[in-house]
Design a protein around this ligand. Structure first.
Ligand SMILES: [Zn+2]
Ligand SMILES: [Zn+2]
Length: 299
């Protein structure tokens, strides 16, 4: 075995093992023993320090897995630059730097012809962006958004381990531990999401009751507001139940239909395509208004 070959074997071991190790460390920094994002229920952002190291570790681990995939295809691909430059450097005894995320994604596409979906790339970029912000300055995070994205990112890692690296969990105790943790985090996350939707629906019911008690005042205010803003067009939006433009689009009773015969209430969120307010949970992306949905289904 040549020196270069044995060096390569060592490198391969350290890529994968370090990758798995970093991911485990990241998960343990970010999640508590109940698989809940740390400090999730605290109002203050005292958890940012463990978020910082958690995200840094998780991202480094992920990058190592990408390098592992490149290495298996052609070891030199883990280095920055063109193959010719890399070989020249290696021949003269130098060790080039290894690829960053952009180059790793590019080389995965050219080499083993692996491409992440557009949605996956968006998610990877989100985690990279959070990592950069944590690395360079303090940020305040929306914990719900962070948890939501991290749990999707972990699923992506899980899939990559199985489908691209063919890591059998029977053979690697670290991979087994990672997979088990990811699945538990995922199911806890599902539960939290459901609870949040239920809470929101309960709040809307309360708001409808309150609106009915203060209907006269609210309608008077709407009239005045509408007079000064020359028309109530942006003050009201379509009600999905009575199909009238009678749902309040602003203020404390936003989402409540003012039509006395209807009286329904919904959360309102911006349509992901046209920006029009449409019924949906405000924190969940990818809601479309009915006309955009019609348009999409016709395509
Ligand atoms: Zn209505
Ligand atoms: Zn729309």
């Amino acid at each position: 075995m040549s020196n270069a070959e044995s060096a390569n074997i060592k490198l391969e071991l350290s890529l994968l093992n370090n990758g798995l190790d970093f991911i485990l460390k990241g998960i343990d920094e970010l999640f508590d023993n109940y698989y809940i994002l740390r400090e999730y229920l605290n109002a203050a952002d005292i958890g940012t320090k463990s978020y910082k190291y958690g995200v840094l570790n998780l991202f480094s681990g992920f990058l190592l897995l990408l390098k592992e995939r490149l290495f298996r295809y052609k070891p030199e691909l883990i280095y920055k630059g063109s193959l010719k430059d890399i070989r020249n450097k290696l021949d003269s005894g130098k060790v080039p730097n290894t690829v960053d995320l952009d180059e790793a994604l590019e080389k995965l596409e050219i080499g083993p012809e692996f491409v992440f979906s557009e949605q996956d790339v968006k998610l990877i970029r989100y985690v990279q962006d959070v990592r950069n912000k944590f690395e360079h300055y303090k940020i305040s995070v929306n914990k719900y958004e962070l948890w939501s994205n991290l749990s999707k990112f972990l699923e992506l890692i899980d899939k990559f381990l199985v489908e691209e690296l063919h890591i059998s969990i029977e053979k690697s105790p670290e991979a087994l531990e990672i997979t088990e943790k990811i699945h538990k985090i995922d199911s806890v996350w599902e539960r939290v999401q459901k609870e949040r939707r239920r809470q929101f629906d309960r709040d809307i019911k309360g708001k409808i009751e309150e609106f009915n008690k203060s209907r006269d005042r609210v309608m008077r205010e709407l009239e005045i507001e509408s007079y000064y803003s020359k028309g109530a067009d942006f003050l009201l939006t379509n009600c999905p139940d009575c199909n009238e433009r009678t749902t309040l689009a602003y203020g404390e009773f936003k989402g409540i239909c003012t039509n006395p015969e209807c009286g329904s209430g919904h959360g309102l969120t911006e349509c992901a395509k046209c920006g029009e307010l449409t019924p949906g949970y405000p924190w969940e992306p990818k809601f479309f208004c009915s006309s955009c949905l019609d348009w999409i289904s016709e395509q």
